[in-house]
Write a protein that binds this ligand. Structure first.
Ligand code: HEM
Ligand SMILES: [Ca+2]
Length: 595
């Protein structure tokens, strides 16, 4: 039966959708959210529950986050305030941020971009408490959906209130898993498709995709900005509801507003490099090529081994073993809420903008990270994509450093939309983990088959710093109480990796499900012909940059930090795909690839 359905999906449905939406002779991918007919149609689909790999731990078993009830004891201690943990541990000294000697800032921003393809945990749409209607921005008491982060006296941020606002994540309506869920327990949602399928470009649903397309284009191309262009290349369109919340150039006329960009993912404006990556892929999509599959290849071939290390990659993923319909590809709660947020400590406090010789730009100086939040005007008015792209390629990522974990740009000056005060990303990550009832660090170590850290000396072994372990024990009291995001982050990195053993395990397991649980994974026999697969492998992020920006020299591997000019090549020397492999239209099965 499934074979029959499979056949239909590769023939009838593609032909139908081709008629509806496709364009260009060289089209490879058209739509990517068709999920009916599958054995488990909700697995990996947008707006379904995040998968639970361990049962949730709520204070009332069902709904109340960890830390909700003051005085509640865990292993004999109260959980520390998240802002206190952040103050004590994330920013222990004023030592300068270290630079990664191996990897570029592009590695970091790719991490954020790909994360936005695979997870988005929506927050409560209600801004005030259900019972009394008190606004979550102003109350410092816990009442659903408000779970404010109390601040220690010396840890106040811009508003000078005794707490920072926090909106609980929405409870999930559709759950895809029953085994790990005691009935009635609160679960959280993923509002995007878990699959790596360029939902950042086309949106996670056919409806959103329609709004992103240029309706007057017979070829079904994505809409682009009608007011501004980047030296002839398109920008993303502006959001339709204007004026939007994005920041404006100081002193600019109201008529010269640069609104928020719109894209397949609504977080596109958060920081400048993210908008740059979104724009590149919208430009690339106009070529009618298979951006979803390129994203898979770049992620699994070029990105994942660098963050988890080659050895751990071989252990947790190994070579592609084919599609397995009993693997649930849905993103897990612990991956989205803890493990993949490892990236938050690899972000550099400054965004460099570089000229054609990869030196500081004469006109557009480097920026503090917070100056790039929700500021699309800095692309439109300050030289377009190229100076930022060169900065991402030519400057290092921040190297996680136990003396100075998260840049103050994110710890003290984070902006998120609709909250008119600055926030602390470390505190938010910790509070989000408690909101979701994530089990603690030790439980996740056991889940991965590692020993629990029972004593200080166990922790010193894992973390590698007695001073840091003192601080951890001072705030948490007991190793079992350590929040999983923090514990995972502090582990010494695996050799050749940017994550410790716990996060390498959790990221490795997740990446395996995303690969093996995806029927349309590019290596799955039948999705492409062997010749096409060979061609797809010649494609690279460097080629995408060359084809869609004014950058003319790139490193062959854009995630590796190189020196200019020795490690850079001219775009003419960057391999590109030969589309001949797609010309054989008789080969319907391979031609109409559908995700
Ligand atoms: C300057 C860059 C970045 C900023 C400003 C940023 C900011 C944020 C914010 C505000 C959240 C939501 C926090 C919450 O309320 O729970 C978030 C979530 C997240 N971030 Fe980042 N982030 C950045 C870079 C990264 C990077 C480099 C990675 C990974 C390599 C990453 C991975 C994640 C993940 C997995 C989530 C959870 C997504 C979800 O399921 O909703 N972020 N980030
Ligand atoms: Ca997706």
């Amino acid at each position: 039966f499934y074979d029959l359905i499979y056949f239909l999906l590769y023939t009838a449905v593609p032909l139908y959708s081709l008629k509806m939406q496709c364009h260009e002779t060289f089209l490879i991918t058209c739509i990517h959210t068709v999920f009916f007919f599958r054995k488990n149609p909700l697995w990996g689909a947008a707006n379904t529950g995040l998968a639970r790999w361990l049962p949730a731990e709520y204070e009332d078993e069902e709904n109340q986050p960890k830390g909700w009830n003051t005085g509640r004891q865990y292993s004999g201690f109260q959980l520390p305030l998240v802002r206190e943990v952040s103050n004590e541990i994330m920013c222990g000294s004023s030592m300068a941020v270290l630079e990664d000697s191996a990897y570029s800032q592009m590695l970091v921003d790719w991490g954020q971009y790909i994360d936005h393809d695979i997870s988005f945990t929506p927050q409560s749409s209600s801004r005030s408490t259900f019972a009394e209607g008190r606004d979550c921005l102003h109350t410092c008491s816990n009442a659903d959906p408000c779970f404010p982060m109390q601040t220690p006296k010396e840890g106040k941020l811009s508003s000078n209130k005794s707490c920072l606002p926090f909106f609980r994540s929405s409870p999930a309506c559709i759950n895809v898993q029953t085994d790990m869920r005691p009935a009635g327990q609160r679960q959280q949602m993923n509002s995007v498709t878990s699959f790596i399928d360029a939902s950042t470009v086309y949106g996670p649903s056919a409806d959103l995709e329609k709004t992103l397309r240029n309706l007057s284009s017979s070829e079904g191309l994505l809409a682009v900005n009608s007011e501004y262009s980047d030296d002839g290349r398109p920008y993303l369109p502006f959001v339709s509801v204007q004026p939007s919340a994005c920041l404006q150039e100081p002193g600019s006329e109201p008529a010269a507003r640069v609104e928020c960009f719109t894209a397949g993912d609504s977080r596109v404006n958060e920081i400048l490099p993210l908008s740059v990556l979104h724009t590149l892929w919208v430009r690339e999509s106009a070529k009618g090529t298979s951006d979803g599959h390129f994203t898979e290849i770049i992620t699994m071939r070029d990105y994942v081994p660098k963050i988890m290390g080659r050895e751990a990659f071989d252990e947790y993923l190994g070579p592609y073993a084919g599609y397995n319909d009993s693997v649930n590809p849905s993103v897990s709660n612990v991956f989205a809420t803890a493990a993949f947020r490892f990236g938050h400590v690899t972000i550099s406090p400054r965004l460099r903008r570089l000229n054609e010789s990869f030196q500081e730009h004469q006109r557009f100086s480097s920026l503090s990270l917070h100056q790039t939040f929700f500021s699309p005007w800095r692309l439109v008015r300050e030289g377009g994509l190229d100076p930022v792209l060169r900065g991402l390629l030519g400057r290092p990522a921040a190297l996680q450093n136990q003396e100075h974990l998260m840049t103050e740009e994110l710890k003290e000056r984070l902006l998120v939309l609709n909250i008119p005060e600055t926030l602390d990303l470390a505190a938010l990550n910790l509070q989000r983990g408690r909101d979701h009832g994530l089990p603690g660090y030790n439980d996740w170590r056991a889940f991965c088959g590692f020993d629990r850290a029972e004593t200080r000396s166990d922790l010193v072994e894992l973390v590698g710093s007695g001073v840091l372990v003192e601080k951890i024990m001072d705030v948490y009291g007991h190793p079992n109480n350590i929040d999983v995001w923090l514990g995972g982050l502090l582990e010494r990195p695996v050799s050749g990796a940017r994550t410790g053993p716990l996060f390498a395990c959790l990221i490795g397991k997740q990446m395996k499900t995303l690969r093996e649980g995806d029927r349309f994974w590019w290596e799955h026999p039948g999705v492409f012909s062997p010749k096409q697969r060979q061609e797809l492998q010649t494609h690279s992020l460097s080629r995408v940059i060359c084809d869609n920006s004014g950058v003319t020299e790139v490193p062959l591997d854009p995630f590796r930090l190189g020196s200019y000019p020795e490690d850079f090549v001219f775009c003419g020397n960057v391999p590109s795909m030969d589309l001949e492999a797609w010309r054989d239209v008789k080969n319907v099965k391979y031609y109409y690839n559908l995700k």
